[in-house]
Design a protein around this ligand. Structure first.
Ligand SMILES: Cc1cc2nc3c(=O)[nH]c(=O)nc-3n(C[C@H](O)[C@H](O)[C@H](O)COP(=O)(O)OP(=O)(O)OC[C@H]3O[C@@H](n4cnc5c(N)ncnc54)[C@H](O)[C@@H]3O)c2cc1C
Length: 355
Protein backbone atom coordinates (compact mmCIF):
# COMPACT_ATOMS: atom_id res chain seq x y z
CA UNK A 1 0.00 0.00 0.00
CA UNK A 2 1.07 3.55 -0.51
CA UNK A 3 -0.19 7.00 0.32
CA UNK A 4 -1.61 9.25 -2.34
CA UNK A 5 -3.05 12.75 -2.18
CA UNK A 6 -6.46 12.88 -3.82
CA UNK A 7 -8.10 16.21 -4.53
CA UNK A 8 -11.79 15.57 -3.92
CA UNK A 9 -12.73 18.83 -5.64
CA UNK A 10 -11.79 17.11 -8.88
CA UNK A 11 -12.11 13.43 -7.97
CA UNK A 12 -15.77 13.31 -6.92
CA UNK A 13 -18.50 13.81 -9.50
CA UNK A 14 -19.98 16.63 -7.37
CA UNK A 15 -16.62 18.46 -7.59
CA UNK A 16 -16.67 19.51 -3.95
CA UNK A 17 -13.89 18.77 -1.48
CA UNK A 18 -10.22 19.34 -0.68
CA UNK A 19 -6.97 17.42 -1.17
CA UNK A 20 -6.67 14.60 1.39
CA UNK A 21 -4.31 11.66 1.93
CA UNK A 22 -5.72 8.28 0.87
CA UNK A 23 -4.08 4.85 1.40
CA UNK A 24 -4.04 2.92 -1.87
CA UNK A 25 -4.34 -0.84 -1.29
CA UNK A 26 -2.58 -3.36 -3.51
CA UNK A 27 -3.25 -7.03 -4.26
CA UNK A 28 -0.50 -8.04 -1.81
CA UNK A 29 -2.41 -6.37 1.01
CA UNK A 30 -5.66 -8.25 0.37
CA UNK A 31 -5.15 -11.02 2.94
CA UNK A 32 -4.60 -8.36 5.63
CA UNK A 33 -7.59 -6.10 4.77
CA UNK A 34 -9.28 -7.15 8.04
CA UNK A 35 -6.47 -5.36 9.91
CA UNK A 36 -7.90 -2.01 8.79
CA UNK A 37 -10.66 -2.62 11.35
CA UNK A 38 -8.10 -2.27 14.15
CA UNK A 39 -7.36 0.91 16.09
CA UNK A 40 -3.78 -0.25 16.64
CA UNK A 41 -3.08 -0.56 12.94
CA UNK A 42 -4.52 2.91 12.31
CA UNK A 43 -2.29 4.33 15.07
CA UNK A 44 0.67 3.06 13.05
CA UNK A 45 -0.73 4.28 9.74
CA UNK A 46 -1.46 7.71 11.26
CA UNK A 47 2.17 7.98 12.30
CA UNK A 48 3.40 7.08 8.79
CA UNK A 49 0.94 9.56 7.29
CA UNK A 50 2.09 12.33 9.64
CA UNK A 51 5.74 11.71 8.69
CA UNK A 52 4.81 11.80 4.99
CA UNK A 53 2.90 15.07 5.30
CA UNK A 54 5.74 16.61 7.33
CA UNK A 55 8.19 15.61 4.61
CA UNK A 56 5.95 17.31 2.07
CA UNK A 57 5.88 20.52 4.11
CA UNK A 58 9.66 20.47 4.55
CA UNK A 59 10.22 20.17 0.83
CA UNK A 60 7.65 22.95 0.37
CA UNK A 61 5.92 20.76 -2.18
CA UNK A 62 2.55 21.76 -3.42
CA UNK A 63 0.20 19.14 -2.01
CA UNK A 64 -1.89 19.21 -5.19
CA UNK A 65 1.10 18.39 -7.34
CA UNK A 66 2.28 15.39 -5.34
CA UNK A 67 0.93 12.07 -6.52
CA UNK A 68 2.29 9.30 -4.34
CA UNK A 69 4.54 8.75 -1.41
CA UNK A 70 7.65 7.06 -2.71
CA UNK A 71 7.74 4.26 -0.18
CA UNK A 72 5.34 1.40 -0.36
CA UNK A 73 4.57 -0.47 2.81
CA UNK A 74 3.16 -3.89 3.41
CA UNK A 75 -0.10 -3.78 5.40
CA UNK A 76 0.69 -7.13 7.04
CA UNK A 77 3.94 -5.67 8.43
CA UNK A 78 1.85 -3.35 10.62
CA UNK A 79 0.07 -6.23 12.32
CA UNK A 80 1.73 -7.11 15.60
CA UNK A 81 -0.75 -9.58 17.04
CA UNK A 82 -3.44 -11.77 15.56
CA UNK A 83 -6.20 -9.72 17.22
CA UNK A 84 -5.01 -6.65 15.30
CA UNK A 85 -6.89 -8.32 12.46
CA UNK A 86 -10.15 -8.02 14.34
CA UNK A 87 -13.66 -7.36 13.12
CA UNK A 88 -13.96 -4.13 15.12
CA UNK A 89 -15.12 -2.16 12.08
CA UNK A 90 -18.41 -4.06 12.01
CA UNK A 91 -19.27 -3.30 15.65
CA UNK A 92 -18.33 0.37 15.65
CA UNK A 93 -21.00 3.04 15.34
CA UNK A 94 -18.56 5.22 13.46
CA UNK A 95 -16.51 3.04 11.09
CA UNK A 96 -12.75 3.28 11.55
CA UNK A 97 -12.08 3.92 7.88
CA UNK A 98 -13.87 4.57 4.61
CA UNK A 99 -13.10 2.78 1.37
CA UNK A 100 -13.83 5.05 -1.55
CA UNK A 101 -14.61 3.88 -5.06
CA UNK A 102 -14.79 6.14 -8.11
CA UNK A 103 -16.40 8.98 -6.14
CA UNK A 104 -19.73 9.21 -7.98
CA UNK A 105 -21.74 9.08 -4.78
CA UNK A 106 -19.51 10.87 -2.30
CA UNK A 107 -19.49 14.14 -0.39
CA UNK A 108 -16.18 14.26 1.46
CA UNK A 109 -15.50 16.58 4.39
CA UNK A 110 -12.12 18.39 4.59
CA UNK A 111 -11.82 16.67 8.02
CA UNK A 112 -12.30 13.14 6.67
CA UNK A 113 -9.67 10.73 7.94
CA UNK A 114 -8.64 7.13 7.36
CA UNK A 115 -9.52 6.98 3.69
CA UNK A 116 -8.53 3.97 1.61
CA UNK A 117 -9.04 2.94 -2.02
CA UNK A 118 -8.21 -0.01 -4.24
CA UNK A 119 -5.28 0.19 -6.65
CA UNK A 120 -5.72 -0.48 -10.40
CA UNK A 121 -4.58 -4.07 -9.69
CA UNK A 122 -8.23 -4.65 -8.77
CA UNK A 123 -9.42 -3.63 -12.22
CA UNK A 124 -10.04 -6.93 -14.00
CA UNK A 125 -12.77 -9.21 -15.38
CA UNK A 126 -12.34 -12.99 -15.70
CA UNK A 127 -14.88 -15.59 -16.82
CA UNK A 128 -15.10 -18.33 -14.15
CA UNK A 129 -17.48 -20.99 -15.36
CA UNK A 130 -20.36 -21.71 -17.68
CA UNK A 131 -23.55 -23.65 -16.96
CA UNK A 132 -24.11 -25.96 -19.93
CA UNK A 133 -27.84 -26.41 -19.23
CA UNK A 134 -28.95 -22.77 -19.25
CA UNK A 135 -25.77 -21.23 -20.76
CA UNK A 136 -25.49 -18.82 -17.84
CA UNK A 137 -21.98 -17.68 -17.05
CA UNK A 138 -20.19 -16.72 -13.86
CA UNK A 139 -17.68 -13.89 -14.12
CA UNK A 140 -15.37 -12.45 -11.47
CA UNK A 141 -14.83 -8.70 -11.49
CA UNK A 142 -12.28 -6.71 -9.48
CA UNK A 143 -13.63 -4.04 -7.11
CA UNK A 144 -11.88 -1.22 -8.97
CA UNK A 145 -13.37 -2.16 -12.36
CA UNK A 146 -15.56 0.61 -13.73
CA UNK A 147 -19.20 0.08 -14.61
CA UNK A 148 -18.40 1.08 -18.19
CA UNK A 149 -15.73 -1.67 -18.54
CA UNK A 150 -18.13 -4.24 -17.11
CA UNK A 151 -20.91 -3.04 -19.41
CA UNK A 152 -18.63 -3.34 -22.45
CA UNK A 153 -17.55 -6.83 -21.41
CA UNK A 154 -21.17 -7.98 -21.12
CA UNK A 155 -22.05 -6.51 -24.48
CA UNK A 156 -19.03 -8.06 -26.22
CA UNK A 157 -19.67 -11.48 -24.68
CA UNK A 158 -23.43 -11.37 -25.17
CA UNK A 159 -24.22 -11.59 -21.45
CA UNK A 160 -27.44 -10.21 -19.99
CA UNK A 161 -28.46 -8.83 -16.59
CA UNK A 162 -26.25 -5.76 -16.21
CA UNK A 163 -27.45 -3.69 -19.19
CA UNK A 164 -28.39 -0.84 -16.81
CA UNK A 165 -24.68 -0.17 -16.22
CA UNK A 166 -24.82 1.59 -19.59
CA UNK A 167 -26.10 4.66 -17.74
CA UNK A 168 -24.77 4.17 -14.22
CA UNK A 169 -21.28 5.39 -13.27
CA UNK A 170 -19.13 3.79 -10.55
CA UNK A 171 -16.69 1.04 -9.64
CA UNK A 172 -17.77 -2.51 -8.82
CA UNK A 173 -16.98 -1.95 -5.11
CA UNK A 174 -19.25 1.12 -5.01
CA UNK A 175 -21.97 -0.51 -7.12
CA UNK A 176 -22.15 -3.52 -4.80
CA UNK A 177 -21.95 -1.52 -1.56
CA UNK A 178 -24.76 0.76 -2.76
CA UNK A 179 -26.74 -2.01 -4.49
CA UNK A 180 -26.86 0.45 -7.36
CA UNK A 181 -29.61 0.17 -9.91
CA UNK A 182 -32.21 1.74 -12.12
CA UNK A 183 -35.92 1.17 -11.54
CA UNK A 184 -36.44 -2.58 -11.06
CA UNK A 185 -32.91 -3.49 -12.18
CA UNK A 186 -30.40 -3.79 -9.34
CA UNK A 187 -26.90 -5.17 -8.78
CA UNK A 188 -28.26 -7.75 -6.33
CA UNK A 189 -30.22 -9.52 -9.10
CA UNK A 190 -27.08 -11.03 -10.63
CA UNK A 191 -24.67 -10.90 -7.67
CA UNK A 192 -23.46 -14.30 -6.50
CA UNK A 193 -20.73 -13.64 -3.95
CA UNK A 194 -18.44 -10.86 -2.85
CA UNK A 195 -14.85 -10.86 -1.64
CA UNK A 196 -15.01 -8.84 1.59
CA UNK A 197 -11.78 -8.23 3.49
CA UNK A 198 -10.16 -10.97 1.41
CA UNK A 199 -12.84 -13.62 2.09
CA UNK A 200 -15.51 -14.77 -0.41
CA UNK A 201 -18.94 -14.40 1.18
CA UNK A 202 -22.61 -14.54 0.32
CA UNK A 203 -24.04 -13.86 3.81
CA UNK A 204 -24.81 -10.19 3.32
CA UNK A 205 -28.01 -8.25 2.72
CA UNK A 206 -28.62 -5.84 -0.12
CA UNK A 207 -31.66 -3.60 -0.26
CA UNK A 208 -32.74 -0.39 -2.01
CA UNK A 209 -29.50 1.61 -2.50
CA UNK A 210 -27.81 0.04 0.50
CA UNK A 211 -26.12 -3.05 1.91
CA UNK A 212 -24.89 -4.24 5.28
CA UNK A 213 -21.42 -4.92 3.90
CA UNK A 214 -18.74 -3.60 6.27
CA UNK A 215 -15.23 -4.07 4.96
CA UNK A 216 -13.41 -3.78 1.68
CA UNK A 217 -15.01 -5.20 -1.43
CA UNK A 218 -12.07 -6.31 -3.56
CA UNK A 219 -14.06 -8.39 -6.07
CA UNK A 220 -17.51 -9.71 -6.89
CA UNK A 221 -18.85 -12.67 -8.85
CA UNK A 222 -21.94 -12.33 -11.00
CA UNK A 223 -24.11 -14.99 -12.62
CA UNK A 224 -25.17 -13.60 -15.99
CA UNK A 225 -27.59 -15.10 -18.44
CA UNK A 226 -26.84 -15.67 -22.09
CA UNK A 227 -28.16 -12.83 -24.25
CA UNK A 228 -27.38 -9.14 -23.93
CA UNK A 229 -30.64 -7.21 -24.27
CA UNK A 230 -29.96 -4.11 -26.40
CA UNK A 231 -33.63 -3.18 -26.37
CA UNK A 232 -33.26 -2.02 -22.75
CA UNK A 233 -30.61 0.58 -23.56
CA UNK A 234 -32.94 3.13 -25.06
CA UNK A 235 -35.12 2.98 -21.96
CA UNK A 236 -32.11 3.59 -19.68
CA UNK A 237 -30.88 6.45 -21.84
CA UNK A 238 -34.35 8.03 -21.75
CA UNK A 239 -34.33 7.94 -17.94
CA UNK A 240 -31.25 10.17 -18.09
CA UNK A 241 -32.92 12.88 -20.14
CA UNK A 242 -34.15 14.72 -17.03
CA UNK A 243 -30.73 14.78 -15.43
CA UNK A 244 -29.20 18.22 -14.81
CA UNK A 245 -26.14 19.32 -16.76
CA UNK A 246 -24.16 20.45 -13.72
CA UNK A 247 -21.86 18.13 -11.74
CA UNK A 248 -23.84 16.10 -9.20
CA UNK A 249 -23.70 12.83 -7.31
CA UNK A 250 -26.87 11.44 -8.85
CA UNK A 251 -29.91 11.31 -6.58
CA UNK A 252 -29.22 13.15 -3.33
CA UNK A 253 -31.83 11.29 -1.24
CA UNK A 254 -33.35 7.82 -1.43
CA UNK A 255 -36.99 7.89 -2.43
CA UNK A 256 -39.13 7.28 0.67
CA UNK A 257 -41.54 4.38 0.37
CA UNK A 258 -44.45 5.33 -1.91
CA UNK A 259 -43.16 8.81 -2.66
CA UNK A 260 -40.39 10.71 -4.43
CA UNK A 261 -37.69 12.72 -2.69
CA UNK A 262 -37.74 15.17 -5.62
CA UNK A 263 -41.46 15.83 -5.19
CA UNK A 264 -41.03 16.49 -1.45
CA UNK A 265 -38.06 18.82 -1.94
CA UNK A 266 -39.99 20.74 -4.58
CA UNK A 267 -43.05 20.93 -2.31
CA UNK A 268 -41.05 22.63 0.47
CA UNK A 269 -39.80 25.22 -2.02
CA UNK A 270 -36.20 24.08 -2.39
CA UNK A 271 -36.19 23.31 -6.12
CA UNK A 272 -33.53 25.67 -7.51
CA UNK A 273 -32.47 26.85 -4.01
CA UNK A 274 -28.72 27.13 -3.41
CA UNK A 275 -26.04 28.27 -0.98
CA UNK A 276 -22.66 29.47 -2.25
CA UNK A 277 -23.07 27.70 -5.56
CA UNK A 278 -24.44 24.36 -4.39
CA UNK A 279 -28.12 23.52 -4.30
CA UNK A 280 -31.06 21.57 -5.66
CA UNK A 281 -31.36 21.58 -9.42
CA UNK A 282 -34.17 23.64 -10.99
CA UNK A 283 -34.56 20.71 -13.45
CA UNK A 284 -34.74 17.86 -10.96
CA UNK A 285 -35.10 18.74 -7.27
CA UNK A 286 -33.51 15.51 -5.98
CA UNK A 287 -30.21 16.38 -7.64
CA UNK A 288 -27.82 18.33 -5.45
CA UNK A 289 -25.70 20.11 -8.03
CA UNK A 290 -22.59 22.23 -8.04
CA UNK A 291 -23.60 25.36 -9.95
CA UNK A 292 -20.09 26.77 -9.52
CA UNK A 293 -18.33 23.99 -11.37
CA UNK A 294 -19.02 24.37 -15.05
CA UNK A 295 -19.56 21.16 -16.98
CA UNK A 296 -21.03 20.42 -20.33
CA UNK A 297 -21.34 16.75 -19.48
CA UNK A 298 -24.63 15.80 -17.87
CA UNK A 299 -24.17 12.11 -17.47
CA UNK A 300 -20.62 10.85 -17.36
CA UNK A 301 -21.55 7.44 -18.64
CA UNK A 302 -21.96 8.32 -22.29
CA UNK A 303 -18.30 9.07 -22.80
CA UNK A 304 -17.38 6.18 -20.52
CA UNK A 305 -18.52 3.84 -23.22
CA UNK A 306 -15.89 4.94 -25.62
CA UNK A 307 -13.00 5.46 -23.23
CA UNK A 308 -11.26 2.83 -21.16
CA UNK A 309 -11.61 3.63 -17.46
CA UNK A 310 -11.48 7.35 -17.93
CA UNK A 311 -14.19 8.09 -15.41
CA UNK A 312 -12.33 11.05 -13.95
CA UNK A 313 -11.85 12.90 -17.20
CA UNK A 314 -15.40 12.88 -18.41
CA UNK A 315 -16.44 16.16 -16.89
CA UNK A 316 -15.05 18.92 -18.98
CA UNK A 317 -12.85 21.63 -17.49
CA UNK A 318 -13.96 22.75 -14.08
CA UNK A 319 -13.79 26.44 -13.41
CA UNK A 320 -12.97 27.75 -9.96
CA UNK A 321 -15.74 26.49 -7.79
CA UNK A 322 -17.09 28.27 -4.75
CA UNK A 323 -19.08 25.48 -3.19
CA UNK A 324 -17.71 23.86 -0.09
CA UNK A 325 -18.57 20.76 1.91
CA UNK A 326 -20.32 22.89 4.57
CA UNK A 327 -22.62 24.47 1.95
CA UNK A 328 -23.60 21.09 0.50
CA UNK A 329 -24.23 19.70 3.98
CA UNK A 330 -26.29 22.76 4.95
CA UNK A 331 -28.55 22.23 1.90
CA UNK A 332 -28.99 18.53 2.73
CA UNK A 333 -29.85 19.34 6.36
CA UNK A 334 -32.27 22.08 5.29
CA UNK A 335 -34.15 19.72 2.95
CA UNK A 336 -34.35 17.06 5.68
CA UNK A 337 -35.65 19.59 8.22
CA UNK A 338 -38.29 21.17 5.98
CA UNK A 339 -39.57 17.85 4.65
CA UNK A 340 -39.76 16.42 8.19
CA UNK A 341 -41.65 19.51 9.45
CA UNK A 342 -44.14 19.58 6.60
CA UNK A 343 -44.67 15.88 5.82
CA UNK A 344 -43.27 14.05 8.86
CA UNK A 345 -41.03 12.10 6.46
CA UNK A 346 -37.39 11.41 7.33
CA UNK A 347 -35.37 11.86 4.14
CA UNK A 348 -32.33 9.56 4.03
CA UNK A 349 -29.37 10.77 1.95
CA UNK A 350 -28.32 8.44 -0.84
CA UNK A 351 -25.09 10.42 -1.24
CA UNK A 352 -22.51 9.01 1.14
CA UNK A 353 -21.30 11.75 3.44
CA UNK A 354 -17.76 11.04 4.60
CA UNK A 355 -17.09 13.15 7.68
C1 LIG B 1 -24.85 11.42 -12.93
C2 LIG B 1 -25.02 10.32 -11.93
C3 LIG B 1 -26.08 9.43 -12.06
C4 LIG B 1 -26.28 8.40 -11.13
N1 LIG B 1 -27.33 7.55 -11.30
C5 LIG B 1 -27.50 6.51 -10.44
C6 LIG B 1 -28.57 5.57 -10.63
O1 LIG B 1 -29.37 5.66 -11.54
N2 LIG B 1 -28.68 4.55 -9.73
C7 LIG B 1 -27.83 4.40 -8.68
O2 LIG B 1 -27.97 3.44 -7.92
N3 LIG B 1 -26.82 5.28 -8.49
C8 LIG B 1 -26.62 6.32 -9.33
N4 LIG B 1 -25.60 7.22 -9.13
C9 LIG B 1 -24.72 7.05 -7.97
C10 LIG B 1 -23.46 6.20 -8.24
O3 LIG B 1 -23.31 6.00 -9.60
C11 LIG B 1 -23.54 4.85 -7.53
O4 LIG B 1 -23.80 4.99 -6.15
C12 LIG B 1 -22.26 4.03 -7.69
O5 LIG B 1 -22.47 2.77 -7.12
C13 LIG B 1 -21.06 4.70 -7.02
O6 LIG B 1 -19.90 3.94 -7.27
P1 LIG B 1 -18.47 4.54 -6.91
O7 LIG B 1 -17.44 3.54 -7.24
O8 LIG B 1 -18.31 5.88 -7.50
O9 LIG B 1 -18.59 4.61 -5.31
P2 LIG B 1 -18.26 5.85 -4.36
O10 LIG B 1 -19.15 6.98 -4.70
O11 LIG B 1 -16.81 6.11 -4.35
O12 LIG B 1 -18.70 5.23 -2.96
C14 LIG B 1 -20.05 4.92 -2.72
C15 LIG B 1 -20.14 4.04 -1.46
O13 LIG B 1 -19.54 2.78 -1.69
C16 LIG B 1 -18.49 2.54 -0.75
N5 LIG B 1 -17.42 1.85 -1.49
C17 LIG B 1 -16.89 2.21 -2.69
N6 LIG B 1 -15.97 1.30 -3.07
C18 LIG B 1 -15.91 0.37 -2.10
C19 LIG B 1 -15.16 -0.84 -1.91
N7 LIG B 1 -14.26 -1.27 -2.81
N8 LIG B 1 -15.35 -1.54 -0.79
C20 LIG B 1 -16.25 -1.13 0.15
N9 LIG B 1 -17.00 -0.02 0.04
C21 LIG B 1 -16.84 0.71 -1.08
C22 LIG B 1 -18.08 3.92 -0.26
O14 LIG B 1 -17.54 3.86 1.05
C23 LIG B 1 -19.41 4.64 -0.26
O15 LIG B 1 -20.13 4.29 0.91
C24 LIG B 1 -25.39 8.26 -10.04
C25 LIG B 1 -24.31 9.16 -9.91
C26 LIG B 1 -24.12 10.17 -10.84
C27 LIG B 1 -22.96 11.10 -10.68
Amino acid sequence: MFLKIINFATYTSLKIGTPLPVWVLGKGDEVSFGALGSHKVWDRLDKLEKDFLEKLTQTKSNINGIKDSLERIDLSSLIEKQNDCSKQQQCLKQPLYTCIGNGYNLLVSPNARHLVMLSPEFDYIVPKSQNKTDSSEIIEVGGKTSSSSLFRFCKQHNLGGLEFLRSLPGSVGGLVKMNAGMKQYEIKDTLLEVCIDGIWRSDFALSYRSSDIAGIISAARFRLKKGFDSSLLEQFQAMRSTHPKEPSCGSCFRNPSGDYAGRLIEAVGLKGAKQNGVGFSPHHANFLVNFGAKSTQASPTKTNLTQADSTKTNFTKINSCQAEFADALAMIELAKKLVKERFGIELVPEVQIVR
